[in-house]
Design a protein around this ligand. Sequence first.
Ligand code: ZN
Length: 136
Amino acid sequence: MKITHIEHIGIAVKSLEEAIPFYEETLGLKCYNVEEVKDQKVKTAFFKVGQTKIELLESTDAEGPIGKFIEKRGEGVHHIAYAVEQIEDQLKKVEEKGVRLIDKTPRKGAEGLDIAFLHPKSTFGVLTELCENKNK
Ligand code: ZN
């Protein structure tokens, strides 16, 4: 697989409203986009750090993936997303290597990216996302 950079780091927070001021006022980053991803039951807020983004994730439903994550493990780093090209081919390749996939085919994530998750049981405990920007 050829990864070009870390596209973003996903961080689960209880409240965007409470977390955004820390990123803006203390870390000095600028929130440039807030977006709801309905099928993931989250509201996201994005900050740029060089080529990489920080994606804050607030659950809109206690039964959604971020709601459950916070319930079990509290707030904190939720996933790491790597930018790749030809995401469909990359998914096939990692599956051939025996990695368990959460998404066998890519779906639409925030910012119009094509995304797919690898199961943390196959990735040493880190929920790993592959993503490709097909809009550029
Ligand atoms: Zn993500």
